[in-house]
Every structure is written in structure tokens, then in C-alpha cells.
Design a protein around this ligand. Structure first.
Ligand code: HEC
Ligand code: HEC
Length: 490
């Protein structure tokens, strides 16, 4: 794979080269001394005995060298540049949709802290595949691993880092002064950050920013969604004619539960790959790892764990059992053929002409990109070979569907009710508010609280269309209501 790369988070080539230089003692007495001293300190990170759920939340699998931000810098950016964070609730990175387990957590779920001599904060699977919901506005958030990170604004994170690096306050005096307010920030940290880390990181971020022009040709991704395959096209810009390509590849984040039953299915939203191993590895590479930095053992532990990771059951006290039972045969007749394991069309593609949902994500995955995707990992035993071009979207298992809102590949339909009652699909609604909508089945997507705490979603923007998937439209109101009740039990 190329070393030049336009993935949103790959910018710290310079920080890498800095690390390499400093690992060589020949670089100079002072630097070598600093390395020795800093290395002698206790390092953060996860111990060998870490349980797998903790590893999923905070573990590293190889993005730290490429996309990691040196810890102290990462820590003070939201303090120094609070004005550049979106006006959403919470502190620090919560305003970009990261979930902190407790108000005093050092880093949020979905970030890893490397054990390098300058610890760096990278991303992991939980950045996009873990989230919380609340039963009511005053309730305590419930964190669910494997759930789509419906609040996470990854593009916002990339843009925040760029905005900081472009600001004159991004200088050693201002930033080291902010770091010194933290008692754990040490004397040697001060030297290393002042003389090396801050300027190198700034250059790295600006260099990356100059390669993200493709962001501006497309509508904002917003929370809970990322453009999955255009970053790969940016990597293979010549072969995929990326300069003239304006397709929108923005996709809603899926769940990671029950991967065992998904083995062999054609998945990703457009059904472009039937190898679970490749889906896992391409996810890691998409998140910033490179074929060489990828920690295969760590990824394998996560891959094993998500084989049987289960979604939480819908709260039984809120379920109308009799109504759900009435919905069972309706589901069997109208839905199961494309969504249930063992049925002919699950993990198979329904042609775009039939499904009728927004075509942009499908279009964005081009035949030229297929050729390039199948070169990733050349020289490695796991080299990709299963990517293909399709002409539609895949029917997938609906396990835990009650927590997978908003629905469809672009997240354009806020609730199951809106999916099944076509005239209730809103053209504009709010995403990323985490209070549950028990009637609609999804998250509360309108009203003053959702407006204040969420982010507007406009279905008229390119890639955001909410049409199609009209199955069940001929059912009576009562039948559709029982079907929704049944869907809660999946
Ligand atoms: C930057 C956000 C992000 C990160 C980080 C991320 N994923 Fe994903 N993942 C996605 C998106 C978006 C999709 C849907 C892609 C598509 O089809 O367009 C996806 C899809 C998947 C799928 C296929 C799901 C399906 O049913 O189609 C698997 C498996 C997966 N990811 C595993 C992982 C693993 C394992 C990790 C950590 C190594 C990871 N992901 C990290 C965003 C992410
Ligand atoms: C002919 C195959 C087919 C049938 C029949 C079908 N679906 Fe689907 N379903 C799909 C496909 C394909 C998608 C993905 C479409 C997209 O995202 O653009 C989908 C997506 C969904 C989603 C969104 C999943 C998510 O994670 O966002 C839900 C919910 C769903 N279907 C429920 C149903 C229900 C309920 C029925 C029966 C009334 C049904 N489907 C019938 C093929 C089908």
C-alpha cells in the first residue's frame, strides 16, 4: 500500500518519523537522554490480563502510529480550542459524540492510549461500534458494546483537529501552559512537547488536511455515519479517477453483534464482501491501521469475541407479548426471506431497481476500486481477494434492530415506525440524541430536546434520500403495529 494516504485520520507520518529518529540514539545526546528518561517511567496501557470487553473499549490494534495524537496534546485541545467544538452537550470529546464511561474517565470509549514513550491516542473498533442510550431524559446512559455509535461525529473529529492546527493558538507556549495545569504532566513531558511534539503534530495535521479536499465536495457526514470507501479511493486516486469522482459513500454505522451467523454472508451495506476476516481487517485499515501496523493478534481477539457478542434484549416490561406474537407470522410472510438466517435472500443483494433506496453509497463503490481493494495486503498471507462490485444492497440479519436506529444504509429513517409507515418518514429530523423513542422504536428525533442535543439530518441532501424499502406497505395499520412489536424481540 502507498504511504501517501488521504484517510481522514492518517496524518502523523511526521510523528512516526520523529519516533523513529528518537529511537535511534545517534540523533543527539539530549534526545537520547529524554527517550531514556521518558521510557523509564511507568507506561499507561492495558495489561496482559485485561478482559476482552475492556480491550474492545480501550485496546490498540495499530492505529496509534498513524492516526494517534500525542496524549497531552489530545488532552488539552478541547480546553484551548473549546470554541471550535460543535455546540453539543457534554465536555471535551463528548461534544463530538465520544462516550465517556464516567465523568472523570481519562479517555472516552473507542480510543486507545499507546504505550510508546510519547503515549498517543488512537481509535479502535468501539469508536464506531459502541454507544449509549437513555430510557428517558433524566435516566443514566446505558452503554452497549457492538451498538452503532449513533452519536459519533468522526468527520467532525477530523475537522476539529484541522481547525486547531490552523489556529495561531496552536503553539508551544499556549499549549504547554495548558498542559502544565494538569498535575500529572511532568517536567520532561514539557521539554519533549515544547521542542518536538507540538510542531511536528501540527505539520502532520496540516499535511493531512491538505489531502481532505474531497470532504468539501460532499454533504457533511454528520454523527453516526462515515464515508467508508471514498477514503480508500483517495489512497488509489489515480487508478480510481478520484479527482473527477463526486459520489457520496456516507454509510450509517452498523452493529457488530453475532458475527458468527454472518460468516459467509455477502455483507457491508452493498454486499461487496463475503469474508468476515476481510470485513474485520478492512475496517481496521479504514480506521487508520496499515497492513504493516495492524496488530493481528489484537484484531483476532476482537474478531473472536464479536462472533458471539449479543445485543441486549428489548426491556420485557415494555413489550406487548400478545401483539408481538400476532406479528410473528406477518414477519415470516413479508420479511424473513431477506432477513433471516437460513432464508434464500439473507446476505444476498436485492437489486437497486427493486429496493429503491438511495443509490449513492452503492455507486461510490466502483469496479476500479474493487480491483484496488483486492491488492491490499499484497505479500501478506491475508491479502484481500473477496471484494466484488454489486448492483444493490444486502439483506442482513435484524438482531438487536431496536438499537440500530436510524435505519437503512444511510441512516435516513429515524424509527421502525417511520420505516413501515411510509407517510411518517420525515424529510428532516434530528440524529444523535440518545433518549429512546419507545413508541416509534428508535431514538427521539424531533421536539425541543432532540433539536438542542441532536444534529439535523436533511433527506434532500445528496446520499441522504429516504425512499425505497417499501415492504409491508399493503399491511393494515394493526398488522404493521404488531410487526413492529415483533421486531423488538429480535
Ligand atoms: C471509523 C468508523 C469505524 C471503525 C473505527 C470501525 N468500523 Fe466497522 N464499519 C464501519 C462502517 C461505516 C461500516 C459499514 C461499511 C459499509 O458497508 O459501507 C462497518 C462495517 C463493519 C463490518 C461489516 C458489518 C456488516 O454487517 O455489514 C464489520 C464486521 C466491521 N465493521 C468490523 C469492525 C471491526 C472489527 C473494527 C475494529 C477493527 C471496526 N469495524 C472499526 C465503521 C467503522
Ligand atoms: C427483498 C428483500 C427484502 C425484504 C422482503 C425485506 N427487506 Fe428489509 N432490507 C432489505 C435490504 C436490501 C435492506 C438494506 C437497504 C438499504 O439500506 O438501502 C433492508 C433493510 C432493512 C432494515 C434496516 C436495517 C438497518 O440496520 O438499518 C430494516 C429494519 C428492515 N429491512 C426491515 C424489514 C421488514 C420489517 C420487512 C418486512 C415488512 C423487510 N425488511 C422486508 C431487503 C428486504
Amino acid at each position: 500500500m502507498r504511504s501517501v494516504d488521504a484517510r481522514p485520520f492518517c496524518y502523523s507520518a511526521r510523528v512516526q518519523s520523529l519516533t523513529r529518529q528518537l529511537r535511534r540514539p545517534a540523533v543527539g545526546g539530549v534526545a537520547a537522554l529524554l527517550v531514556a528518561l521518558v521510557c523509564a517511567r511507568a507506561v499507561d496501557g492495558l495489561s496482559a490480563a485485561t478482559d476482552i470487553a475492556t480491550e474492545f473499549k480501550y485496546g490498540a490494534f495499530g492505529t496509534e502510529e498513524t492516526v494517534g495524537v500525542p496524549y497531552w496534546l489530545w488532552r488539552v485541545l478541547p480546553e484551548v480550542f473549546a470554541d471550535k467544538l460543535p455546540n453539543r452537550p457534554g465536555n471535551a470529546y463528548a461534544r463530538l459524540g465520544f462516550t465517556y464511561e464516567t465523568p472523570t474517565s481519562d479517555v472516552p470509549i473507542g480510543t486507545s492510549k499507546s504505550t510508546d514513550w510519547i503515549p498517543r491516542v488512537g481509535l479502535n473498533c468501539a469508536t464506531c461500534h459502541a454507544a449509549d442510550y437513555r430510557e428517558a431524559p433524566g435516566a443514566t446512559p446505558k452503554i452497549v458494546l457492538g451498538m452503532p455509535a449513533h452519536q459519533m461525529d468522526l468527520q467532525g473529529y477530523a475537522r476539529f483537529l484541522s481547525a486547531c492546527a490552523h489556529d495561531p493558538r496552536f503553539n508551544a507556549n499556549t499549549l504547554v501552559a495548558a498542559m502544565r495545569k494538569h498535575p500529572e504532566f511532568g517536567f520532561f513531558d514539557g521539554l519533549v512537547y515544547r521542542w518536538l511534539v507540538i510542531s511536528r503534530t501540527k505539520d502532520g495535521i496540516l499535511e493531512r488536511d491538505s489531502r481532505l479536499a474531497w470532504f468539501d465536495k460532499r454533504p457533511p457526514q454528520g454523527p453516526g455515519r462515515v464515508d467508508t470507501f471514498n477514503p480508500y479511493k483517495a489512497m488509489f486516486a489515480k487508478e480510481t479517477h478520484f479527482d473527477t469522482d463526486d459520489t457520496v459513500g456516507t454509510a450509517d454505522l452498523p452493529s457488530l453483534w453475532n458475527q458468527r451467523m454472518r460468516q459467509g454472508l455477502w455483507l457491508h451495506w452493498d454486499g461487496n464482501n463475503n469474508s468476515m476476516e476481510e470485513r474485520n481487517k478492512s475496517a481496521a485499515i479504514g480506521a487508520g491501521a496499515t497492513p504493516d501496523s495492524l496488530d493481528l493478534d489484537a484484531l483476532d481477539r476482537i474478531a473472536q469475541w464479536i462472533l458471539d457478542l449479543k445485543p441486549p434484549a428489548f426491556p420485557p416490561e415494555r413489550l406487548d407479548k400478545a401483539l408481538a406474537d400476532a406479528g410473528t407470522p406477518i414477519y415470516q410472510q413479508h420479511c424473513a426471506s431477506c432477513h433471516d438466517i437460513g432464508q434464500p435472500r439473507v446476505g444476498q443483494v436485492t437489486e437497486i431497481a427493486e429496493i429503491g433506496t438511495d443509490p449513492e453509497r452503492l455507486r461510490s463503490f466502483t469496479p476500479e476500486l474493487v480491483t484496488q481493494m483486492n491488492t491490499i495486503g499484497t505479500g501478506k498471507p491475508w491479502r484481500f481477494s473477496h471484494f466484488r462490485k454489486t448492483n444493490g444492497y444486502a439483506g442482513m440479519p435484524l438482531d438487536g434492530i431496536w438499537l440500530r436506529a436510524p435505519y437503512l444504509h444511510n441512516g435516513s429513517v429515524p424509527t421502525l415506525r417511520a420505516l413501515l409507515f411510509l407517510d411518517e418518514r420525515p424529510s428532516r429530523f434530528y440524529r444523535a440524541y440518545d433518549v429512546y423513542d419507545w413508541r416509534g422504536v428508535g431514538f427521539v428525533s424531533s421536539g425541543p430536546d432532540a433539536e438542542k442535543q441532536g444534529v439535523a439530518f436533511d433527506t434532500s441532501q445528496r446520499g441522504n434520500g429516504n425512499g425505497g424499502h417499501t415492504y409491508g406497505r399493503d399491511l393494515s395499520v394493526k398488522e404493521r403495529e404488531s410487526l413492529i412489536e415483533y421486531l423488538k424481540t429480535l
